[in-house]
Write a protein that binds this ligand. Structure first.
Ligand SMILES: C[S@@+](CC[C@H](N)C(=O)[O-])C[C@H]1O[C@@H](n2cnc3c(N)ncnc32)[C@H](O)[C@@H]1O
Length: 477
């Protein structure tokens, strides 16, 4: 594990500023989190994401993404710390008090007024962090309806992508620092002070369903009267924001309200919501949509089908690659190991620690001479086959045919290469040896044949010379 200790801030600051530039090392880090830890951070704004990763790296004195990736691979707990930092679950009760006052004065009475006396009211806090937001909402409904009616009618959903934050939210217990934003009369009415802290009203607490939910990936909760999603969208890139907005449009009832954070606006989003109180970021679902807006939020069957098909195809290819009886590897354009299948792991002892290692550093690189390897890479899409390569293992000697195929784009830009190791069993090996002996025998017997005919010519020449000699001798007598 090579963790460098020298902190070079200028290097990292430059990386943070250059958000438009794709940094391959940072992309590799995101790929690792996505494919190995199931944590897709690609919907987040790069600038703040890089800043958070940078802070985390600084806290453990690591100064390159490559070293940090290695550190993540060797320290499973680090992943949780990173996610915790990246998801930023800063929150408080009645955060931005004025907005909550407006919600209590304008919106909650409207929601109640449009309902029948016993009709349920559904509220969703999306990105609820450690729970202060949903408890603030519940207090406002309890104040408006009375605790009894609130218990009967209000159903709350509180979701977040951060499991650790949700765990705290479920406990509903807060420190004296946490409760600072709660007006004293509400604190007294809805909290009990215990040894462990201020505990929220247990019965009201049971009206809330907490669950892990990723706004950018999971299906929305439906039939919502009030959707509160504050200080979450600011972290998403514009595409992710638009897709979450379309989900929110679906989640809300026709009369439903959307309450966003102070720094969040819908200016860039399609006009699928109308402002009710622009200053406090309170919106209502727009029902008559322009065609463009309608299309932007409607499911698109063909595209969806195409995407599904692509996902299925990818899955099948991945499965075929993973379960193949041959060992397969793929390397990137820098000759670093990108993929390897089960058989490669077994045969060559590869593990996830080898991911992104330069191919030449791997033990199995000894099978292919450096020159051959470079030549094969430069062959621009052609297949290079190495026959009968020997590999000595603890179990004995194995033989492979190795196929190296460089992978290029249509404009011949090198993307990497795939390597296939076709292992030969004893029968094939024996057969091949037999074949080569047979060829050698044929070659030797050809030479023998040729020598024999040359000998016979020489013998004949000798014989005629002998006869000539005899004639000459007879004349001389
Ligand atoms: C700054 S906090 C806001 C908390 C609260 N809404 C507020 O305004 O006080 C942002 C929250 O969004 C959550 N979050 C980030 N990405 C998310 C995602 N993709 N899906 C759901 N929640 C997410 C974080 O875990 C964090 O708890």
């Amino acid at each position: 594990m090579s963790t460098q200790i020298h902190l070079d801030n200028s290097f990292l600051c430059k990386q943070v500023e250059d958000t438009d530039e794709v940094n391959p090392e940072f992309e590799a880090l995101l790929d690792y989190l996505k494919y190995n830890r199931g944590c897709d951070l690609t919907s987040y704004k790069r600038s703040s994401l890089i800043r958070q990763v940078h802070k985390q790296m600084q806290s453990i004195n690591i100064d390159t993404y490559q070293s940090y990736l290695e550190y993540l691979q060797g320290h499973p707990q680090e992943y949780l710390t990173l996610v915790d930092r990246v998801l930023i679950n800063v929150t408080s009760f009645f955060r931005d008090r004025e907005a909550w006052d407006q919600l209590a004065a304008q919106i909650i009475p409207k929601i109640i007024a449009t309902k029948q006396p016993n009709e349920p009211i559904r509220v969703w806090s999306a990105g609820c962090a450690t729970g202060q937001e949903i408890y603030s909402l519940l207090i406002l409904f309890a104040e408006a309806l009375g605790i009894e009616a609130c218990l009967q009618r209000v159903r709350c959903f509180a979701t977040d992508a951060d499991e650790a934050a949700l765990l705290q939210a479920r406990q509903a217990t807060y420190t004296s620092q946490d409760i600072i934003g709660i007006p004293p009369e509400l604190l007294e009415k809805y909290f009990v002070q215990t040894k462990t802290g201020y505990v929220f009203h247990p019965e009201l607490r049971r009206t809330i369903v907490f669950s892990v939910h990723d706004l950018t990936h999971n299906a929305p909760i439906s039939k919502i009267d009030l959707l509160v999603c504050r200080n979450v969208l600011i972290y998403f890139n514009p595409q992710a924001q638009a897709s979450v907005m379309a989900r929110f449009h679906f989640a809300l009832k026709n009369t439903g309200f959307l309450f966003l954070g102070k720094a969040e606006s819908l200016l860039n989003s399609k006009q699928i919501f109308m402002p009710v109180n622009l200053t406090q970021r309170i919106y209502v679902k727009r029902q008559r949509l322009e065609l463009d807006d309608y299309l932007s939020i409607s499911p698109q069957p063909h595209e969806q089908q195409a995407t599904n098909l692509l996902v299925i195809q990818n899955y099948l290819w991945e499965n075929a690659f993973e379960t193949s009886s041959c060992a397969h590897l793929a390397i990137d354009a820098n000759s670093c190991l990108l993929y390897f299948n089960q058989q490669a792991r077994t045969l060559f002892g590869l593990s996830y620690d080898d991911w992104k290692r330069p191919f030449q550093e791997l033990e199995l690189a000894k099978l292919i001479s450096f020159n051959t390897f470079i030549k094969a890479l430069r062959s621009r899409g052609k297949l290079t086959v190495l026959k009968n390569v020997e590999w000595t293992t603890q179990e004995g000697i194995k033989h492979f045919d190795i196929e190296i195929s460089s992978v290029v784009t249509t404009s011949k830009h090198l993307l990497g290469a795939t390597l296939t190791f076709i292992e030969k069993n004893d029968y094939q090996q024996l057969n091949e040896e037999l074949e080569s002996t047979r060829l050698e025998l044929a070659r030797v017997s050809k030479i023998l044949e040729k020598t024999k005919s040359e000998l016979s010519i020489a013998y004949k020449e000798l014989e005629s010379a002998h006869k000539e000699l005899e004639i000459v001798e007879a004349f001389c007598m």
